[in-house]
Design a protein around this ligand. Sequence first.
Ligand code: UT7
Length: 329
Amino acid sequence: MSLRGVKIVGVGHYAPERVVTNADFERWLDTSDEWITTRTGMKRRHWVANGEATSDLALRAAQAALEFAGMDAADVDCFIVATVTPDYAFPATACLVAARLGAKDRAAFDLSIACSGFIYGLTVASGLIRSGIYRRIMLIGAETLSKILDPADRATAILFGDGAGAVILEAAETDSFLGAELGADGSKPELLYVRAGGSRHRIDRAALDAKEDLIHMHGREVFKFAVHKMIAATDAALARAQLTKADVTLLIPHQANKRIIDAAARYLEMPDHKVVVNIAEYGNTSAASIPIALSESVRAGKIADGEVIVFVGFGGGLSWGAVAWRWAA
Ligand code: UT7
């Protein structure tokens, strides 16, 4: 029996308990529930408490995925965490999560490509399984973006939330991975970045005063890029899968802005009931947004065997990607 396909056998998600509503922001920012709702579709987001870190959220999502799959962490060969808010610069957050799950001597690494993290991770993990290198991989998207937000910047503070989503991928006879498109353009990193804290700009007094340890974004430029790339990446992934838009039963997009999702869905001719949107509850959780949406959909029984899902995302880099996936129950 050849096991050169891959399928998802477990899903889980977790968001911290603390909820920040649009009304909460009205207390310290010149903003309104009306502006945030109409411009972004967001109503609430979850932020970690002091002392809570990305691996804490990743661990909870991973445990939920293991429970869903009826597996033990020892059954997993490799752990991948997609994040831009790791616990430490190094070691990788995936090492911490694997250890806390009790998985000994397994492969573990982080993947850093901002909001495209889950799409890149799904492609990499599927490749590792389809090539026969690993049999089971835990892929987690996990972020604590509240830690790198400027709460006084109304243009970014309202947008981002914390959370984690996990999937367990397993070798299978039939293949769920149908095709992918990944891309990046690093010519303008400043469109969406944290300037200081890496090897180019250290976090010194001047950087702290300029808030360079926090997220900076040119929202309008990112918006235009996002709509264009969501559509182009979806088309390209479907072409590689030799499918058309009509074959897609569910679109699970990165949750950055309801208007971005609507514009892409319109072009793709996807009616509302075929597009997963949970942005009102979580805001933009970067690499965690797609696996949280997937986990919620699977657990709500919204995905049937054989359905074709397109996962599509974009983010810092700038980067983008889409994966066409046939759901196998
Ligand atoms: O995961 C990937 C990361 N990021 C994204 O995908 C974000 C992509 N961009 C966006 O989602 C949108 O550009 C935003 C939601 C960030 C902003 O929406 P917009 O419709 O593009 O607004 P804008 O930046 O063009 O700003 C319009 C006005 C400005 O005021 P003036 O200059 O017209 O007087 C802003 O200062 O809205 C103002 N504004 C706000 N007003 C109330 C910006 N943020 C807020 C706010 N509350 N929170």
